[in-house]
Design a protein around this ligand. Structure first.
Ligand code: NAX
Length: 329
């Protein structure tokens, strides 16, 4: 047996938590020989629901699930953890502006950033709770002893949404779609980069020549997918978001193939694409054997796509302005 791995999940009794925890417990990510200890972190009023989730986790009798511990605060909940998955956040209510949502969530991520200092020295953190890029920026700014390169905001769901659309249009398998980068904010300004995507190792445009579909239908389908799902299901994406989080963990713990990239939002300092510093911005990444990432360099863009990337950069600059009082200098 390997050494146990402790994984904290905030918002453990929420929709995404309900899909994510079972897949973490199953051994799917870290292997069946790695015991998993889950830290379920919830608000005090949702602890009873978290206890119900814990019962169900035990009832699955997963061989790799070593223990489930429940916490009503991040300071105790993050103690000794190797991965922190920050899923919980305050939801957007009817009539609430995005700016208000950002301000309500900011203090949560100040506290969680500070609490992460209790984690294992190897801690890596994935922020899922929205607005995830800006929440990650706040958390990393308050966890200054932890290298900022260990913080990601999740854009893997945007990547898998885009991958499916392109595979469906090209009539190929999703595994044939490679080098699909997601740029910027996990909001409807995010840019799925079809210009650099490969299908079966060839430029995508050799397979898909329908420019109107690419520029309009594809782009808006991916950017608006979250809203479409809410409209159809009456609830936001949950199983697909949990699946994307699993996908992120697998990608971040394996060497990225040379002909592929994996997208996640990371601190933009010293990036090779002239994006402003001090943002948590989604880039195409490659991971090495030690779990360190580098931003994949040298991708070229048309002026139309460059404009879209500038627009999502501005979106993040605006969000940063809203939370400037919650950032450490
Ligand atoms: P739910 O409302 O079902 O669950 C959220 C849970 O978080 C609740 O149980 C709540 O009690 C808990 N919570 C709230 N504040 C907390 C805190 N300070 N500490 C611990 N727990 C806390 O939401 P769910 O559908 O699970 O979505 C969670 C977050 O993921 C939302 O912010 C949502 O917008 C975001 N998403 C992010 C995605 C991404 O790709 N990055 C996609 C899916 C999703 O929209």
């Amino acid at each position: 047996m390997n050494k146990p791995i402790r994984i904290a999940v905030t918002g453990a009794a929420g929709q995404i938590g309900y899909s994510l925890l079972f897949r973490l417990a199953s051994g799917e990510v870290f292997g069946k020989d790695t015991p998993v200890i889950l830290h379920l972190i919830e608000l005090p009023q949702a602890i009873q629901a978290a206890e119900g989730v814990a019962m169900e986790l035990h009832d699955c009798a997963f061989e790799s699930l070593h223990a489930v511990e429940i916490f009503d605060n991040p300071t105790a909940g993050f103690e000794g953890v190797h991965w922190a998955l920050l899923v919980g956040s305050s939801p957007r209510r009817a009539g609430m502006l995005r700016k208000e949502l950002i301000s309500i969530n900011a203090p949560i991520f100040v506290d969680q950033g500070k609490a992460l200092l209790k984690a294992d020295t190897s801690i890596r953190c994935v922020v899922v709770g929205n607005p995830c890029n800006t929440n990650a920026l706040i958390a990393l700014s308050h966890a200054q002893d932890i290298p900022s390169s260990r913080f990601y905001a999740m854009t893997a769901l945007d990547e898998t949404r885009a991958k499916y659309q392109l595979a469906d249009k090209a009539g190929c398998s999703v595994k044939d779609v490679r080098k699909l980068a997601i740029w910027g904010n996990h909001s409807n300004t995010m840019v799925p980069d079809y210009e650099n995507t490969l299908i079966n190792g060839k430029p995508l445009r050799e397979m898909i020549q329908d420019e109107t579909w690419l520029n309009k239908t594809f782009m808006s389908t991916v950017q608006e997918r979250g809203a479409q799902i809410i409209q159809a299901r009456g609830k936001s994406s949950a199983a697909s978001a949990a699946s994307a989080c699993i996908h992120h963990l697998k990608a971040a713990t394996a060497i990225t193939p040379a002909d592929d990239v994996f997208s996640a939002a990371v601190l933009s300092d010293n990036n090779p694409y002239d994006i402003a510093s001090g943002l948590v911005f989604s880039f195409p990444l490659q991971f090495d054997h030690a779990g360190n990432h580098s931003i994949y360099p040298g991708l070229a863009h048309s002026s139309a796509l460059k404009d879209k990337i500038r627009h999502t950069e501005q979106d993040l600059l605006n969000e940063r302005e809203v939370v400037k009082d919650f950032l450490t200098s």
